[in-house]
Design a protein around this ligand. Structure first.
Ligand code: NAD
Ligand code: DAU
Length: 350
């Protein structure tokens, strides 16, 4: 019988790319367990919804009864846990949903994995648990201490600690992965790259936080998906693996590159009030994943950005659909004060 894996959060950005990747490159069945929050969208999976190896279950990971029922019904062998509240700015507005999904939800999944003797559990975490780097610091390794700075990062670090505890205490066969900033098709346009592309296409202002000198390490989403499968298939239980794109860029340079590729003027850039507690720099050392999983990032940033821009240009109906409803009130709340602050001259062009 073919293997069956649950992908939690399979209707989100990374989850939907991962579901498509698995169905294309493995003969497994995939059960997508997703609550369809504002970030979950079944349109992301239209290409695979008729695939007989794809199954969708609408529900929350905190629902212990449902989780166990799904594991039993589909004879699930493993779990790749992507579901989360994932946006730092939203966690600054309200941390509650982040504790509920990212901490309590992870606990429920771990309890179910333990009770149902799941063979493999990959917990999809983030480099943000390590905190922030100074320009001269070496990149984060798996040995770097956990120093989360935002409510989002704290909720992910708490979940990582639970995973570690369940491996050590109960022998749950779990692995933790920590990845840097992803970009690519189907990313919700609240995150930097899709927001800037969508705004630039409509010639709306591009809100750059503070001086725009913050640095992120960008990885194309398919490279992350390959890493997750490498960890699932070859990772050592109890180990942590970092993934990154080895493409550090200043935010303002990413935004300028988007404008250049779209042929739009830099005058669209608007420096707005900074994110409270904004981490200055993330960078990832993925030597361990390279050596122990045989994994490496393959898509270089310029090539990945061009592909991503082409996808958003060709999928403006998708963008318009996800930018309606809840998104409008979020955007108004989020950028209302940032733009009003900046018009008072509180932040400057880099
Ligand atoms: P996303 O916000 O695009 O998608 C999250 C998905 O989880 C959505 O489909 C949503 O409906 C679902 N979900 C949320 N709460 C749920 C709940 N309680 N029960 C079931 N489903 C629920 O997120 P993403 O950017 O695809 O991130 C996926 C994972 O990868 C997260 O765990 C995130 O912390 C991690 N991660 C993301 C990045 C990145 O750059 N996006 C980088 C490193 C790690
Ligand atoms: O590092 C991994 C993390 O990357 C993931 O764990 C998170 O789920 C994911 O959201 C992402 O977090 P960031 O906060 O780094 O991503 P975001 O796209 O929100 O912001 C990237 C940088 O761009 C950050 O320095 C803030 C800045 N920014 C963001 C937005 C949305 C702006 O300057 N303007 C914006 O409008």
């Amino acid at each position: 019988m073919s293997h069956t894996v649950i992908v939690t959060g399979g209707a989100g950005f990374i989850g939907s790319n991962l579901v498509r990747w698995i169905l294309r490159w493995r003969d497994w069945h995939v059960v997508n367990l997703d609550a369809l929050t504002y970030a979950g969208n079944l349109d992301n999976l239209r290409q695979v919804e008729q695939n007989p190896r794809y199954h969708f279950v609408h529900g929350r990971i905190e629902d212990a009864r449902l989780v166990r029922q799904v594991i039993e019904q589909y004879a699930v062998g493993g779990i790749i846990h992507c579901a989360a509240e994932s946006h730092v700015d939203r966690s600054i507005l309200s941390a509650e949903p982040f504790i509920e999904t990212n901490v309590r939800g992870t606990l429920v999944l771990l309890e179910a994995a333990r009770a149902c003797s799941i063979e493999r559990f990959v917990h999809v975490s983030t480099d943000e648990v390590y905190g922030s780097l100074e320009p001269e610091d070496p990149p984060f390794t798996e040995e770097s201490p956990l120093r989360p700075n935002s409510p989002y990062a704290a909720s992910k670090a708490a979940a990582d600690c639970l995973v570690r505890a369940f491996v050590h205490t109960y022998g749950v066969p779990a692995i933790i992965t920590r990845c840097s900033n992803n970009y690519g098709p189907y990313q919700f346009p609240e995150k930097l790259i899709p927001l800037m592309i969508a705004n630039a296409l409509e010639e709306k202002p591009l809100p750059v936080y503070g001086d725009g000198q913050q640095v992120r390490d960008w990885i194309y989403v398919e490279d992350h998906c390959r890493g997750l499968i490498a960890a699932y298939e070859h990772g050592q239980v109890g180990e942590v693996y970092n993934f990154g794109g080895e493409s550090e860029r200043r935010n303002v340079d990413v935004v300028r590159a988007i404008l250049r590729l779209l042929g739009k003027p830099e005058s669209l850039i608007q420096h707005v009030a900074d994110r409270p507690g904004h981490d200055r720099r993330y960078a990832i050392d993925c030597t361990k994943a390279r050596q122990q999983l045989g994994w490496a990032p393959t898509v270089d940033f310029d090539q990945g950005l061009e592909r991503t821009i082409a996808w958003y240009r060709n999928n403006q109906a998708w963008v318009n659909a996800v930018r309606s409803g809840e998104y409008r009130s979020y955007y108004r709340q989020q950028y209302g004060w940032r733009l009003s602050e900046s018009s008072q001259g509180s932040s400057q062009e880099a």
